[in-house]
Design a protein around this ligand. Structure first.
Ligand SMILES: C=Cc1c2[nH]c(c1C)Cc1[nH]c(c(CCC(=O)O)c1C)Cc1[nH]c(c(C)c1CCC(=O)O)Cc1[nH]c(c(C)c1C=C)C2
Length: 493
């Protein structure tokens, strides 16, 4: 019976690749098509190795990332991929005790090291810039439970303000949101963006701190369903990891594996124009002619914003959450060796007066990553210092006209030390790269899921991706696997 079934995965970013990869393993006899509108797979994950020469004429290469640059070992779905794709010997890991893991800075003018332990936090009263931190955290369990009755959601800023105070919410909450969503914490839904914090408040009977402590035991991802070999063991002391050739190792390895499967067809450079659900199958029109057989099942890994246009079902349009996205302007920099703080990098909180227009004096920097501190092992250019400055998000920037001197001036101001001219730089515009869920987003996603179980879809259409189930790479890979399992169940009837 399964011989006539055909599953189409639409969207060849990390989510769609994961779905196709797991489908091809679970359903080796079912036809699987992976459709991608761009000429390459991998979506936002893109790594380039560049040959460079330094000021002394020494040559070597560096790996630069255009999107995410590290992964966290708390995702079983990712560790499983590392194992199944045989990528263990490609890993670059950062130990929990390394400076890149322990030293996180925040720009309060000057750059300020955040405490990495409770002992470190106890010393914060001696640092006037960090003085509000300790009372906010130690005092939180003593604050009475204050979530309004029947509250279904609120902004991240309102949540932090309610539990930790106004100052903490602006200084630390906004910076956290910059580092993950490149967004304004006043506009982001806490329930959708940080479901673990919302749940922790409930678990701690009003206290997020107590809830987080208990959550370590209760809410941590269950790794038991993943085939990780000994990769989980290898990661016991690891804070973050990547690969020798960068993050794109992961999508490239999945693509190479899929290319060996007789039942899988990868079609690039072909976008979907429309999808109509019929009783038994779907009629899919694409920008180029597709092979004859119609898919019986579809996994869409497209951004929600593109769905209303291709799905002519008014019932679904109403349910698809209206998404907002952050756009980020990245600046990859490679410097000759110079002494700079050894750490992960720094985040810049929301300015006291709010987000201003981007000007030549203020390029709207959200944070800077010191890439070579964590991932220097990827590079062969002796002493090369890699950094990535991130700007944009809630700052209103006119994309297309970035100007290097304004970024270097900001970096010099943030670091408070002389910074040499870079050996190399490149700007990367990542337009609408991270969804920023607004209020009620997760409730809408739940309604959408429910509707897709009803006719005419009846579990034959899945919608997954950063907006549906979390923005981290691990979330996307997990969703791909879970959708593949559900579709396999439906295919087998
Ligand atoms: C294009 C810029 C991005 C910013 N955030 C993301 C991107 C792609 C997405 C993102 N960043 C982080 C997470 C959480 C991951 C997890 O929980 O496992 C997500 C979904 C955390 C993070 N932020 C930065 C780094 C280096 C990391 C580790 C993971 C990664 O490499 O992305 C730095 C950083 N990201 C952004 C800013 C402004 C920033 C500043 C230092 C925006």
């Amino acid at each position: 019976m399964t011989a006539t079934k055909h599953v189409m995965v639409i969207g060849g970013g990390i989510t769609g690749l994961s779905a196709a990869f797991h489908l091809s393993r679970i359903l080796p006899a079912v036809r699987i098509t992976l459709l991608e509108s761009r000429p390459r797979l991998g979506g936002w994950i893109k790594s380039d190795r560049l040959e460079l020469e330094d000021e002394r004429g020494e040559r070597g290469s560096v790996v630069l990332e255009s999107g995410p640059r590290t992964l966290r070992p708390n995702s079983g779905a990712l560790l499983e991929l590392v194992h199944l794709l045989g990528l263990k010997d490609q890993l670059v890991t950062v130990s929990k005790s390394a400076p890149a893991a322990r030293n996180r800075y925040i720009f309060f003018s000057p750059l300020t090291l955040l405490p990495s332990s409770l002992l470190g936090a106890l010393a914060t009263p001696f640092n006037p810039l960090l003085r509000p931190l300790l009372p906010a955290i130690l005092g939180e369990p003593l604050r009475r439970a204050n979530r309004p009755p029947k509250a279904e959601d609120e902004s991240v800023n309102s949540f932090f303000t309610r539990r930790f105070g106004v100052d903490f919410a602006r200084r630390f909450g906004s910076a956290l949101v910059h580092g993950i969503y490149a967004a304004d914490s006043r506009e982001l839904s806490v329930r959708s963006a940080f479901p673990a914090l919302w749940a922790a408040e409930e678990l701690g009977r009003g206290s997020v701190v107590l809830g987080m402590r208990a959550a370590g035991r209760v809410l941590a991802e269950d790794m038991s369903g993943y085939d990780m070999g000994d990769v989980g063991q290898m990661m016991r002391n690891v804070s973050v990891y990547s690969f020798k050739e960068g993050m794109e190792t992961l999508p490239r390895a999945m693509e190479a594996e899929l290319a060996t499967r007789a039942n899988v067809r990868i079609i690039k450079g072909t976008g979907v124009v429309s999808v109509y659900a019929e009783e038994e199958d779907f009629k899919v029109r694409a920008s180029r002619e597709l092979p004859e057989d119609c898919p019986t099942h579809i996994i869409s890994a497209l951004p929600f914003q593109s769905l209303p246009e291709i799905l002519p079902d008014p019932g679904l349009h109403f349910l698809i959450p209206h998404s907002h996205y952050s756009s980020v302007l990245l600046l990859n920099l490679v410097f000759p060796r110079f002494p700079h703080p050894a750490g992960f990098g720094y985040l810049v909180p929301r300015p006291e007066g709010g987000y201003s227009e981007v000007t030549e004096d203020n390029p709207g920097i959200l944070g800077t990553v010191f890439d070579s501190v964590a991932l220097g092992e990827q590079d062969t250019l002796p002493g090369a210092v890699k950094m990535t400055m991130m700007s944009g998000g809630p700052y209103k920037r006119r994309f297309g006209e970035p100007y290097l001197p304004e970024f270097l001036a900001a970096l010099r101001q943030h670091l408070g030390i002389p910074v040499p001219d870079p050996l190399y730089h490149r700007f990367v515009v990542a337009k609408k790269c991270i969804p920023t869920p607004g209020m009620e987003h997760s409730a809408r996603v739940a309604q959408l899921r429910h509707a897709l179980l009803e006719r005419p879809y009846a579990g034959r259409l899945e919608m997954i991706g950063a907006e549906a189930g979390g923005v981290s790479v691990g979330d996307c890979v997990r969703q791909g696997k879970e959708a593949a399992l559900r579709i396999a169940q439906s295919v087998r009837g």
